[in-house]
Design a protein around this ligand. Structure first.
Ligand SMILES: Cc1ncc(COP(=O)(O)O)c(C=O)c1O
Length: 456
């Protein structure tokens, strides 16, 4: 049994292994709604390699154990996080990507796929309204895209070694910015938090006054982060107004559109993220709503030269690239990278522009519907224009809200609905993300009923 596919002729063993594994995966999908979104318990297979390798039959049975213990994103009640089921073409893209095993580090290790990534990023940039000089790079997740954006912004401002450099983001910005500042060797106070308004959006006047204050203290600001789609409620910061301030103050604007950026892809939803195109950089995560298999995140930049001027080191062990482009490994923090653009490209091709638009519009419809049938005399609902909402009982103390959230989350799980339980402000909420295309209005009626009756 040769564990590598034959380079000479059809490898029947690989053929049969793929067929069996695909069949098991299809069965796993098919039985999704007869299980809970997450299993109550699970059994791990043997973890360490045995002395001798095991047969394909045993491999598949061990694999099955892991599959049985997995979260099921395609269950109609899987509504907890930003993890929708994968598009079928995207699954194929991931499989083929593993088989090709190309490396986006350098063009010679991924000739067609490096070119695909460049062109796909360009398409995203155009759709998001970035200009002719724009470009981007794929990164393994939004946290990494955000980190790279900040490193680039700091480099652009010439503040790479200034410990007093600061950046601004709202109170509701994602935790990845806290990680970023630690990695960048900055102090906690380098992240200047701006309060949000009652809709969860960054307060503009506070941003203006804080920028002035920082200046008067002799500190330098290298970026303002605006969030297009906050993690708990999907709020969109006022992008156009923030951009005007950034232009006036000559400060880099990074939009963390890991959640909401994708709405820029359709003219029917792009108004929600108006102003996106005036950013210097944008994080967008097709994995979070479009059903591109994880991970899929892009860092898009209005002027792609900023990527290379920040990250390029030369790649002395790879053939130089012709033209003005840089190797993928010179456009970001990662060296070796898998060709994540492949599953993104094939997923988008499968959907077409109409399919993309439908996913975006349907997600908002589901959120609006759920919002309309939750009893607003019992619950405070927080949401924005996207597909997320969170709710907590009105008139509960924060300790009562905490007890309610634990009890209700468990009760919903027993009834095959999985919601998450974020802490927001001073209390716990239950959060529902309407990114699952398998969730029908009937399911939402049932869910609302259970939630409404969780308080008498
Ligand atoms: C607003 C926002 N930005 C960034 C991220 C980080 O993305 P990732 O989990 O892909 O690193 C998240 C994750 O949920 C998010 O909600």
């Amino acid at each position: 049994m040769d564990p590598f596919a034959s380079p000479h002729n059809l490898d029947r063993e690989l053929h049969s292994l793929l067929a069996l594994a695909s069949s098991n995966l299809c069965d796993w999908f098919a039985e999704s709604d007869s299980h809970n979104p997450i299993p109550d318990s699970f059994e791990l297979p043997e973890v360490y390699p045995a002395k001798k390798g095991i047969s394909n039959k045993v491999l598949l049975s061990e694999l099955q154990l892991l599959m049985n213990g997995s979260y099921r994103p395609s269950h109609p009640g899987s509504l907890a996080h930003l993890d929708p089921p994968p598009l079928s073409a995207s699954i194929v893209g991931e499989l083929i990507c593993a088989g090709l095993n190309n490396n986006l580090l350098a063009d010679e290790l991924s000739p067609s796929l490096s070119s695909l990534e460049r062109n796909l990023c360009k398409w995203f940039c155009r759709k998001m309204g970035l200009g002719d000089l724009s470009g981007g790079v794929a990164a393994s997740g939004g946290s990494l895209s955000n980190l790279m954006a900040l490193v680039m912004a700091r480099n652009f401002a010439g503040l790479g070694s200034d410990p007093s450099a600061v950046f601004f983001a709202s109170d509701d910005c994602h935790v990845s910015f806290t990680k970023a500042l630690r990695i960048m060797g900055l102090k906690q106070e380098s992240l200047q938090k701006i309060p949000t308004d009652d809709k969860g959006k960054l307060d503009i006047s506070s941003l203006s006054s804080n920028l002035k204050k920082i200046k008067s203290q002799g500190k330098k600001c290298f970026a303002v982060v605006a969030t297009a789609g906050t993690t708990v409620r999907g709020a969109i910061d006022p992008l156009s107004e923030i951009s005007r301030i950034c232009k006036k103050e000559k400060v880099w604007l990074h939009v963390d559109g890991a959640i909401g950026g994708i709405y820029g892809l359709s003219t029917k939803t792009s108004e929600i993220v108006q102003g996106l195109g005036s950013a210097d950089s944008i994080t967008v995560n097709p994995q979070k709503l479009l059903g591109i298999a994880k991970t899929s995140s892009l860092l898009l930049v209005a002027n792609k030269n900023h990527l290379s001027s920040t990250f390029s080191t030369g790649l002395p062990y790879a053939e130089p690239i012709t033209g003005s482009d840089f190797h993928g490994g010179e456009l970001g923090i990662q060296g070796t990278r898998s060709a994540e653009a492949l599953k993104l490209w094939i997923g988008l091709r499968q959907l077409g522009e109409e399919g993309i638009e439908k996913i975006l519009l349907d997600s908002i419809k589901r959120r609006c519907y759920l919002e309309s049938i939750i009893d607003s005399s019992k619950f405070k609902i927080i949401s924005g224009p996207l597909h997320l909402l969170a709710l907590t009982p009105i008139n509960y103390t924060s300790s009562q809200a905490s007890d309610w959230s634990i009890k209700t989350r468990n009760f919903l799980l027993v009834n095959q609905f999985m919601l998450s339980r974020p802490m927001y402000g001073d209390r716990y909420y239950l959060k529902a993300v309407m990114g699952n295309p398998n969730t029908k209005f009937e399911d939402l009626k049932l869910l609302a009923n259970l939630i409404n009756n969780s308080i008498i």
